[in-house]
Design a protein around this ligand. Structure first.
Ligand code: ADE
Length: 240
């Protein structure tokens, strides 16, 4: 997969990528990153990438020209027929869910356009963007962190990126339930003990205990997921 960032904060993106599993994914040859500095696509002599908004109102808006030019430069290198998704992280986008991360992990090209200031010129969203994605109901100062969150959720699902012990197979959400509790050595720590069943060596009992904990946690914390899980179980029973 080839991943492009169009951003005014190149260092920030580079640092997170090189210091994380995202960087390891590139070393292993699963992904290639191209980080494009939006300032280099702005007009001399001031290289401005933002401006006041028409109609008044506080906050600057990202100008269309640098983004369209950077986008054209990226598209020139993508051969005809190779599919791309153009992602704009924004609080008013579609919520990021495991299923969307799965879908994006199958793409050949992801292009992230990172907004800043009050927002970006609507023509960028109308003409270039295929996916507007929100990482939650809160507002961050810019698009880089949400873009990196989206990217991390996608790249870890590419087969081979995670080692088997980090496997995404048993993640929360893969099964529709939240994850079960995990323990490691020591068996006793400050008076707290590891549940006996995990030391039993009895695979069926351990699997049952874990499933029970998953259900308990999901029922208590996420009634939305719990309802969906119950409905899926009923369908499973009906279909035999
Ligand atoms: N940009 C600022 N806040 C955001 C959010 N919650 N999700 C995605 N992009 C954002």
């Amino acid at each position: 997969m080839r991943i492009h960032f169009l951003t005014p904060f190149v260092k920030m993106v580079e640092t997170v990528i090189t210091e994380s599993i995202l960087g390891r994914a590139a070393s292993k040859g699963h992904v290639v990153y191209n980080i494009h500095d939006l300032f280099t696509f702005a007009d001399a002599p001031h290289y401005k990438i933002d401006d006041y908004q028409f109609g008044g109102g506080s906050g600057m808006v990202m100008k269309p020209e640098p983004v369209f030019r950077a986008f054209d430069a990226v598209m020139k290198d993508i051969p005809d027929g190779v599919h791309s998704r153009v992602i704009f992280p924004t609080p008013d986008g579609k919520p990021l869910k495991h299923a969307l991360a799965m879908e994006l992990s199958l793409e050949e090209n992801l292009i992230f356009i990172n907004g800043h200031y009050k927002g970006i010129d609507q023509r960028i969203r109308d003409e270039l963007v295929t996916d507007e994605i929100s990482i939650g109901d809160y507002v961050l100062t810019g698009g880089e962190l949400p873009a990196l969150v989206i990217l991390d959720s996608v790249v870890r699902l590419i087969p081979g990126v995670l080692n088997s012990y980090e496997s995404a197979q048993t993640d929360s959400f893969t099964s529709g339930l939240l994850d079960y509790p995990h323990y490691t050595r020591p068996e006793k720590f400050r008076g707290y003990e590891v549940p006996k069943v995990l030391m039993s060596g009895h695979h069926k009992m351990i699997a049952d205990w874990r499933l029970e904990k998953q259900k308990e946690k999901t029922r208590e914390r996420r009634s939305d997921l719990w309802e969906k899980y119950l409905a899926s179980q009923e369908i499973g029973v009906k279909n035999g």
